[in-house]
Ligand binder design. Structure first.
Ligand code: ZN
Length: 417
């Protein structure tokens, strides 16, 4: 009989000659068992990767994406005109029915591409509605397994069709919450789209807060409504978050009612959100809809950045590339100075990590060894020029090279049990 196995030697990799954040001087990044350390452990026989003077940047967090809806990698899908939520929702169902490739395969393809583009974590909203059942939840749970070790995936059960306006959606949401596969319960426009007088069942916020409390889940509510129809639910969500002791676990996505505010009204709302522990996510869709993220963060509000839909029925655009999203954030906020461009990158890197409660990747000792190597001059120039991601490293392991995801933890092959 064999004796106890010797402890496995630590996995040590040295990435030589890289320029952290675009610094002029090259340095080495030393990864031991997934974390960066300040020097090579004595006696270690590291794997060595030469960075050849490339810039090392932390990999990014996509705080809001819809991988279940995507047609990424599929034959071109021609969209009909649409301009309202009910029309978009019908379009989702149409696209879902017309795809030849299963949902999990499409979502995996998109998220593997996200990894190869330098994303280390995503919050995935998946539709939960009678039209789909829980196919999105089970499909994305499968993708989470397949990408484990390369991508952290938080799963939100999202009632895109509304719970009051769509009979059966609330029960499915409760089933998803009880099923143990999701991290968060979603919501949508509690006063507008899902708040009409014809609705049945409990008010949406009553239901989703109850599920979050009962099952220890997070909340992430889509809020497109503007003016008081958006602000009243936002204040309500802040009050409920405090009352339920859910500070730090509740996010409102889009919040198009916030960019309309300025001056004291914005200050007052930001203080309320910060004090209640409610975070916000923007996808930087346009100059008038992007969140005033600097002012919000100055008040202590956590803000994340996300892709939203990617080549789905809502839009032919999107690419799940968070460096490109940081570029779009710069474009929509009229970034000009190096500091403003670096802020856009930081929202994609640190803002998303804070929002999703992940350790920040900083390239400092003690940080997760999560970074990418690109050729370029400096960080602001990279945000503008979007160079290819030549190497993507997750927990000290190379997971993608030259835009290609390398596969499971064995680096190309499926994991060996
Ligand atoms: Zn969304």
């Amino acid at each position: 009989m064999a004796g106890p196995a010797a402890p496995a030697a630590p996995a040590v990799t040295v990435f030589r000659n890289v320029r952290p954040y675009g610094a002029e001087r090259v340095a080495d990044l030393v990864a031991v068992d997934g974390l960066l350390v300040d020097r090579l452990p004595e006696g270690a026989e590291p794997e060595v990767v030469d960075g050849a003077g490339r810039i090392a940047l932390p990999t990014l967090v996509d705080a809001h994406i819809h991988p279940d809806k995507t047609a990424w990698g599929e034959p071109w899908y021609s969209r009909r005109p649409a301009g309202s939520l009910p029309e978009y929702v019908r379009g989702d169902v149409d696209l879902h029915r017309h795809q030849r490739t299963p949902l999990a395969e499409r979502a995996h393809r998109l998220l593997a591409h996200a990894v190869a583009s330098g994303t280390r974590a995503v919050r995935a909203h998946v539709d939960v509605a009678p039209a789909f059942g829980l196919a999105g939840v089970t499909g994305l749970a499968e993708v989470r397994e397949r990408l484990a070790g390369a991508l952290d995936l938080q799963l939100v059960a999202f009632p895109q069709h509304g719970v009051r306006r769509t009979p059966g959606a609330g029960a499915l949401l409760a089933e998803a919450a009880a099923g143990g596969l999701i991290d968060a319960v979603g919501g949508i426009d509690p006063a507008g789209f899902d708040g009409g007088p014809d609705g049945e069942g409990p008010a949406q916020l009553d239901l989703v807060f109850d599920l979050a409390e009962r099952y220890g889940l997070r909340l992430d509510v889509h809020l497109h409504d503007r003016g008081d129809r958006g602000l009243a639910p936002l204040r309500d969500i802040a009050a409920r978050t405090r009352a339920a002791g859910l500070a730090g676990r509740v996010v409102v996505s889009h919040a198009f009612c916030v960019p309309e505010l300025g001056g004291e009204r914005l200050d007052e709302l930001a203080a309320l959100l910060a004090g209640s522990g409610v975070g916000l996510t923007t996808v930087a869709p346009s100059a008038h809809q992007v969140l005033p993220f600097r002012a919000l963060r100055a008040h202590g509000v956590r803000v994340g950045l996300g892709s939203d839909g990617v080549r789905d029925s809502w839009s032919p655009f999107g690419n799940a590339d968070m460096l490109h999203r940081a570029h779009l954030l710069g474009w929509t906020t009229d970034a000009r100075t190096d500091e403003e461009l670096a802020d856009c990158f930081a929202l994609a890197a640190d803002g998303g990590a804070e929002l999703l409660d992940l350790p920040r990747a900083t390239l400092e000792p003690g940080s997760p060894a999560d970074f990418m190597l690109v050729s370029g001059e400096c960080l602001p120039q990279v945000v503008v020029d979007l160079p290819p991601r030549e190497l993507v490293v997750r927990a000290g392991r190379v997971v993608a090279r030259d835009g290609r995801y390398l596969g499971g933890p064995a680096g190309g092959a499926a994991p060996v049990e």
